[in-house]
Design a protein around this ligand. Structure first.
Ligand SMILES: *Cc1c(COP(=O)(O)O)cnc(C)c1O
Length: 218
């Protein structure tokens, strides 16, 4: 893993220098879905303390084994798993419906759970199965979340269709627009193993990397 992380860091530096960004402005979130707890421990030894997980149950089990580490939910969330998600994840990146937002608000209040939340966007309807909402839902979701003193909106998360790199620039424009409109700093989580360089170039703040860091999933 050391080798893969070194290569990755080098690639991130190169991508940043090409567009005059500082590598410290790009957060690398390791995605540990379908990776063992032993692999996560290896990553912890290399200095990583936040991990992305797609499934509530899998992430919760890992969080119980590694209570010092932070887990971020980056997979779809069902209403009936909201409580478990809030108990085991520090951040939830896949808020994409008003009813899910309102359930999160109520449950966070009940649990007194201070958490970061991200709104997942899908501007390309072909991707609906991966979750995400169109821009037209944003106002309603923002106003739902604004009613909570426990949940803090961190930004937008998206999984653009592979190969459609103009999507990253589209997301960056949308982020800038809503940042001004809401008077809120909004980060952008976009880019995975095969397209993170384009995401960095377009202004992404967080890249989510699975296979390029951990190797193939089990
Ligand atoms: C699996 C996954 C990743 C990581 O994908 P890799 O191609 O392995 O880097 C990132 N984001 C989401 C939402 C994922 O589901």
């Amino acid at each position: 893993m050391f080798e893969r992380v070194s290569i990755l860091r080098h690639q991130i530096e190169q991508a940043c220098s090409k567009c005059d960004r500082s590598p410290t402005d790009v957060e690398l979130l390791p995605v540990s879905k379908h990776q063992s707890v032993a692999s996560i421990r290896e990553a912890v030894a290399l200095g990583f303390h936040s991990f992305g997980e797609n499934y509530v149950q899998e992430g919760a089990a890992k969080q119980l084994e590694l209570p010092e580490q932070k887990f971020n939910l980056i997979g779809p969330l069902q209403r009936n798993k909201v409580k478990a998600a809030l108990l085991h994840f520090a951040e939830i990146q896949t808020v994409d419906r008003v009813d899910l937002a309102s359930r999160l608000v109520r449950m966070a209040e009940e649990l007194h759970a201070e958490r970061g939340v991200w709104i997942q966007l899908d501007l390309w309807d072909e991707l609906t199965k991966a979750g995400g909402c169109p821009e037209s839902e944003l106002s309603a979701i923002f106003s739902e979340l604004a009613g909570s003193s426990w949940l803090k909106v961190r930004g937008f998360m998206a999984i653009p269709p592979p190969g459609q790199e103009s999507a990253f620039a589209q997301l960056a424009l949308l982020r800038n627009h809503w940042q001004q409109k809401m008077g809120l700093r909004l980060r952008l989580s976009m880019g995975m193993s095969n397209d993170f360089e384009a995401a960095i170039k377009a202004g992404g703040d967080q890249i989510r990397i699975g296979t390029a860091l951990f190797g193939e999933r089990q």
